[in-house]
Design a protein around this ligand. Sequence first.
Ligand code: ATP
Ligand code: MN
Length: 478
Amino acid sequence: MSQRTKIKALLQSQQTEIDVTVKGWVRAFRSNRFIALNDGSTNNNIQIVVDFENTDPALLKRITVGAALSVQGKLIASLGKGQTVEVVASDIEILGDSDPEKYPIQPKKHSLEFLREHAHLRFRTSTFGAIFRVRNSLAFAVHQFFQERGFVYLHTPVITASDAEGAGETFHVTNFDLDNIPKTETGEIDFKQDFFGRATNLTVSGQLEGELGAMALSDIYTFGPTFRAENSNTTRHLAEFWMIEPEVAFNDLVDNMDLAEDMLKYVIKYALDKNADDIEFLTQRLTEEEKTKPQNERSEMTLLEKLQFCLNNDFERLTYTEAIDILKESTPNKKKKFVYPIEGWGTDLQSEHERYLVEKHFKKPVILTDYPKEIKAFYMRQNDDGKTVRAMDILFPGIGEIVGGSQREERLDKLEQRMNEMGIPTEELWWYLDTRRFGSCPHAGFGLGFERLVLFVTGMGNIRDVIPFPRFPKNAEF
Ligand code: ATP
Ligand code: MN
């Protein structure tokens, strides 16, 4: 019997008294007798029982935390507490030794900061095993959701010459020799000599190209890496993150909100069903962590309750203007508790305001619509009031903004006029404007930050812990 069985399957096995081969890494070894072995297929370890009296002492010594083993033995119903089955080993092979003195991941609680510095090994902890299995399920569920609805997965470029928002937080792409950058006669960088013959950058959003696809394929989505050179060292921003951007022809803002809400519920439900063990584990982890916080800062709900609550309740929908009225009258605003007091209409909401609305006022996910045009991108559809645009942001508890989207401006004259007002070069975006010249139609879309979704579903507090190798200011290790 050399066929390897994954630990997840063994733990669910209806049959016992069978010969099995199991492979994995040692999580713990106690009393020279019980190995906790894990292969990443599940958060739970399988217990291997070693007949230490009949095992070579030299081999026993090599069974250390972190070592890779192949074990043959019999799967039996366990007599001990904590597991239903275990493997009585008949043969143990060390596939890879580990040095217990030097191996950084010990069977004890490590801080998340420590594990971030050992991101190459943190997959081997229960917490990160759970996070990345949940992340995997969410990614799969995103595709399944859109595929079931006939959307086309469109691959938009990673290298672009446009900066969708004009925000300028881009990473340059060049193959210039940085010690010898070609200059024009007037001393500017001569991008004509660069690889693409023009200045290029890593994409900050696939939306503009996504719209081109939607204007023929009707329903498209992108799911790819996005790059922003934002120097904000927050727990919700990465320099490299993954974004999901559906774009749908003939949808208006209400359709757009429905799509986003359906999608979020679908993928969360999928993870709850598929990763019940992992979410149970992460729920306990968060509950333990909450206990270290002062009483008044603790969450009223466990992670599992929060996820279920999100599935069972309609998201609250209101306009930016209504939200400002609520915030103006709120206790923290009157008591001057906000770092950015709400004084009037027109300013952008800070995450403290978003979280007040979601966590204190409505106590559920919120969709805000119809923001002032001054604080939103040029492509959003202008309302008749001349002041607001058909934007929508979805705000989640503990996260703040998770989705940003809008109905798009499909009227060429209005779009050009807004671009001119905002100083966005219409000539450079000639291809984008062509969609408004030839068969323009109402359409809408949004961007979901994938890591913010994973943050919500795993209950983690820092976005750097839900992507395998986080990129942030002064860090590109691994
Ligand atoms: P924020 O105000 O939080 O910076 P944004 O308004 O810049 O967000 P959008 O440009 O609308 O965000 O991008 C769409 C989504 O992408 C956001 O709702 C968020 O979920 C995600 N997102 C944006 N910036 C980042 C980032 N730096 N790291 C991770 N996710 C991000
Ligand atoms: Mn931003």
